[in-house]
Design a protein around this ligand. Structure first.
Ligand SMILES: Cc1cn([C@H]2C[C@H](O)[C@@H](COP(=O)(O)OP(=O)(O)OP(=O)(O)O)O2)c(=O)[nH]c1=O
Length: 679
């Protein structure tokens, strides 16, 4: 389906063309204004246009009078034929807003009922009760859409209505050669109607796209092989802006993982939902964001996450517009001409990258590293692997993560470098890092052209990246010594405190208060994810309470992995007994993740890693298990045992770091810290 690889541009024509908000009956060919915008749209790189209602209506377009006629405020059908031809000749497909749930009071069939009442052949096209009366005193009651009586609900269970609407759709395809429909309030539409529509349009134009307007709920109910190809992803719309406003990228990372993540349970894997940062119904992104600088990373995220991105006209140059309580006029303005600026150029670049990228259009989604203010995710197909690195913070950030390895090409900066476990992220930035860059010549034309324009600037960036990649990350040049900063242990575990003390690292204990949640199932990912969550939570609090002061946060988490099952702390005696029974007489693994966050008073660096140890346990009798349970040791420990306590007599051997099993790989921590701090 072409729409899955497309980038949409959405226009609300009545507003865009400056038409009166109430139908004045005057025919003015305002829709021809689109002819003046086609060059701009094709230069921007969008390849589909979504037009909100254009058919003859009472007022705003969602109150249709005539499904076969262009609204006179916009011109004639012939004008629109020309517009569609021009758009098609620029390689831009046309998708129209199909409003099938309800019509306006001026709809011809409803007027017939108003006139002839029960004698009208159209009385069953609506939900009418001749025993009542409407607020408009029609002499009968009818169902309005969600209590809006200017919108008359259509009876989509009446075959005559369905036949009529399908016939109209055929007329639009035959006359204007339209390429798809956005189904208004698809969540309210009769499912059988959507099934009929899908098989009908597939029969006359096999690649005709159907995209539903859906707010929340289970999108699978209507996005499936029998109904719609796609629907609006309001869940991620909300996640996007609120993640940046709350400086909590966990929100969008969680939504994206829930929808498209690697696990079988992730709900929309393989689906292409329409993604957006605003539209004709909601406050514009430039008005809803608390920090304008976030416009860049917000669009960077939109253009790299799974879905079909849709840009709302004017927002590509940061136009503002607040939703009013009683009307949407401010969201639907008229612009004399496009007003492209730096943001527009940035979006144009993103569009170009996305269109060339198999991974960004079709790839799987996986969270690699999440902090409150940074997110690195992977998009991947058999042909291409990309890491997208987002920094929502206004300061540079150095991410440290075991997966940040290998040669990559940063598409936006047009640089190549080798990652050695680290990545420097500029303030408010999104980096699109393509692995194995030599096998992706598709990006060469853009980068070559841009390289010529950028000249010196590019050289500087390349040098920075190269010197960064080859630099020896030891602390020789740093000025901070351990004594200059406060070490904050973000853990309530007494063993971790003991181990730090044993290593001669003075510290304060400040356990994290965040709710822990897991998005992965591999033990090494789980412990790193939880360690990061704990460390980030403590870091955020410390930064706020001790501004400008240097400090280091240590977050950690330990789990036991036994035959593929992750064991945390037991919830009670029964679970503890089960755990120990399952561990006796064989080898299991203990994983401890550590997240270090170092703030030198100005900049922040993180480093997250894990250690894995094998622990082999002797066979245990039930009496031995009972007597170990009676020690009370198991209840605050992962896997229900403490190697450092009474359980020691059952441990046949270990392979790995003993201290990591107890809760903190202190030797590795020291080695990592030496890169940042003088001891
Ligand atoms: C396997 C094993 C775990 N443990 C402990 C280490 C951890 O303290 C605990 C695992 O739980 P964690 O959730 O890692 O840590 P915690 O709850 O004690 O502290 P916080 O969440 O505040 O960081 O199990 C041992 O003490 N000995 C062992 O042999």
């Amino acid at each position: 389906m072409w729409a899955y690889h497309s980038i949409f541009y959405q226009i609300y024509p009545i507003g865009f063309c400056g038409a009166p908000v109430h139908n004045d009956g005057q025919t003015v060919p305002r829709i021809r204004k689109l002819l003046d915008w086609t060059d701009y749209l094709s230069d921007l790189g969008v390849d589909s246009i979504l037009l909100n209602p254009i058919f003859e209506s009472d007022n705003h377009g969602y109150d249709t009078r005539d499904f076969r006629k262009l609204d006179c405020r916009l011109g004639t059908n012939d004008d629109f034929v020309e517009v569609c031809q021009a758009l098609h000749s620029h390689g831009i497909r046309v998708v129209l807003d199909g409003v099938f749930n309800h019509v306006g009071r001026g709809f011809w069939a409803f007027r017939d009922v108003q006139e002839k009442k029960w004698d009208s052949p159209y009385k069953d096209w609506f939900y009418i009760n001749f025993d009542g009366d409407s607020g408009y005193h029609d002499g009968f009651w009818y169902e309005g859409w969600e209590g809006h009586y200017e919108l008359v609900k259509l009876n989509l269970q009446n075959p005559a209505v369905v036949d009529y609407l399908l016939d109209c759709v055929k007329y639009w395809i035959d006359t204007f050669d339209i390429d798809g429909l956005r189904l208004d309030v698809a969540y309210s539409l009769d499912h059988n109607f959507m099934r009929r529509l899908r098989s009908f349009v597939s029969g006359i134009k096999p690649d005709f796209a159907l995209i539903g307007e859906v707010l929340f709920g289970d999108y699978n109910q209507i996005v499936n092989d029998d109904m719609l190809h796609s629907c609006t992803n309001y869940e991620c719309y909300k996640g996007l802006f609120s993640s940046f406003n709350d400086m909590n990228l966990f929100e969008i990372a969680h939504s994206l993982n829930r929808q498209f993540g690697p696990e079988q349970w992730c709900i929309y894997r393989g689906k292409h939902l329409m993604t957006f940062v605003d539209n004709h119904d909601v406050t514009r992104i430039a008005s809803i964001l608390k920090q304008k600088e976030h416009l860049y990373p917000v669009y960077g995220t939109l253009m790299t996450m799974p879905g079909i991105p849709c840009i709302y006209y004017g927002s590509e140059w940061g136009e503002e517009g607040m939703k009013a309580p009683d009307n949407d006029y401010a969201l639907r303005p008229c612009f004399d001409a496009p007003k492209p600026n730096e943001l527009t150029s940035y979006i144009k670049k993103l569009i170009s990258f996305r269109q060339k990228s198999d991974a960004l259009c079709n790839g799987s989604y996986r969270n690699v590293m999440i902090t409150n203010r940074q997110l690195i995710f992977e998009r991947r197909t058999d042909r291409e692997q990309i890491f997208v690195a987002i920094n929502a913070e206004g300061t540079e950030f150095t991410a440290n993560h075991g997966e940040l390895q290998g040669e990559v090409r940063d598409l936006a900066a047009d640089t190549r470098f080798t990652m050695n476990g680290q990545l420097t992220m500029k303030p408010y930035s999104v980096q699109i890092l393509v692995f194995d860059p030599d096998s992706h010549p598709e990006y060469d034309t853009v980068t070559q052209k841009e390289a010529e324009q950028k000249g010196e600037e590019r050289n500087i960036e390349c040098k920075t990246a190269e010197s960064y990649a080859s630099s020896d990350c030891t602390a020789q040049n740093t000025t901070l010594s351990l004594a200059d900063l406060t070490v904050v242990l973000g853990s309530a575990s007494p063993r971790r405190t003991e181990l730090l003390t044993q290593a001669g690292i003075p510290h304060v204990v400040c356990p994290s208060s965040c709710e822990e949640y897991i998005t992965s199932s591999r033990p090494e990912d789980v412990v790193q994810e939880l360690a990061e969550q704990k460390a980030q939570n403590v870091y955020t609090d410390r930064l706020a309470s001790h501004p400008g002061e240097p400090f280091l946060v240590i977050g950690s988490d330990t789990v036991v992995s036994n035959n593929g099952k992750i064991l945390g702390k037991p919830s009670g005696e029964e679970e503890a007994r089960h755990m120990i029974q399952s561990l006796q007489d064989h080898t299991h693994q203990v994983y401890t993740g550590v997240s270090l966050i170092f703030h030198d008073g100005a900049d922040t660096k993180t480093n997250t890693f894990f250690e894995k140890s094998d622990v082999d346990v002797y066979p245990m009798t039930n009496t031995e298990i009972d007597s170990y349970l009676a020690t009370g040791e198991p209840y605050d420990k992962a896997g229900a045992y403490g190697i450092q306590g009474a359980f020691a007599i059952y441990v046949r051997g270990i392979h790995g770091d003993y201290n990591a099993i107890v809760g903190l790989p202190i030797a590795r921590i020291y080695q990592e810290l030496k890169k940042w701090i003088r001891f």
